[in-house]
Design a binder for this molecule. Sequence first.
Ligand SMILES: Nc1ncnc2c1ncn2[C@@H]1O[C@H](COP(=O)(O)OP(=O)(O)OP(=O)(O)O)[C@@H](O)[C@H]1O
Ligand SMILES: [Mg+2]
Length: 291
Amino acid sequence: MILNLVSFMLIWIIGASKSWENREIMTEALRRGHEVRFRYFNRFLIDFSDKPYVYYSGKKYKLPDVALVRGVGRWKNLAYIITQHLKNKHIPVFEKPEVYKLDNKAVHTFVLLQHKIPTPRTIYGFGAELADHTVELTSYPAVIKPVIGAKGRGVVKTENEVELREFVPKEEEIYVQTFIQNPGRDMRLFIVDNQVIGSMYRFVPEGDFRSNIALGGKGKACEAPLEAEELAIKAVKALDFQVAGVDLLESPNGFMVVEVNRAPQFRDFSKTTGINPAEAIVNFLERNAKK
Ligand SMILES: Nc1ncnc2c1ncn2[C@@H]1O[C@H](COP(=O)(O)OP(=O)(O)OP(=O)(O)O)[C@@H](O)[C@H]1O
Ligand SMILES: [Mg+2]
């Protein structure tokens, strides 16, 4: 006799758009017989009360058994409040409301370092007055990054003080990292619920140092060594993400964490590895839904 231990659930996927990934997750959940609704951040109206429903698009809706928040973009404050609001109503919601502050790369790096996770040496501050000091403090080559990631855009490699001075932001947060020598690729490990479900190399395109697929980086499935898997899981635990894409660099001194992506996209990962993270994500939601 086959026992179906999973009862059907009402799942909300909360996001900014019905992206390819969000549709994949919804399709997988529907295939298993669950009820799934996509909820846009900017259609919630939060009534700060403990009523057993939520206002969405001007109507009352019964609460889901579990909710997954995906790409947040400009809706960070809404995402924080919606997530906290659902949590207050005892709905299991992922990721946790606290994660949004980690979107700032400096906060992210700070947490990694607090947990003694190897990551490139970083200098952080604000504005023109500190540019001179940054130029002296960092080592070269140095990488300047916008504190809010944008798929590699605005990430610049500088070879010396003159170049760094030219590119260091004057009216914004400064985030400068030592460039880590690497074999022209990084490793992306996809992690759900503290388990590596697959990994791939991302090779940097000719004439660049960034491996982002959006900039022409090429994926190739790979088997991550145990050491890489352990480091990636440690990083994910430090940041307390449930679904994450960890980017590692193979430095001359071993693996280093460049960043851990929350709610990662996975179209290229799926195509490259043949692994569909939507399955592991829905398994996770099933395990964590309100009983
Ligand atoms: N310190 C470094 N040394 C060598 N290469 C780096 C370093 N930092 C970043 N890179 C390369 O540049 C790419 C982009 O950097 P990073 O991932 O930090 O920013 P981002 O992709 O714009 O951010 P997000 O993924 O949050 O959108 C990395 O994938 C990596 O290939
Ligand atoms: Mg990145």
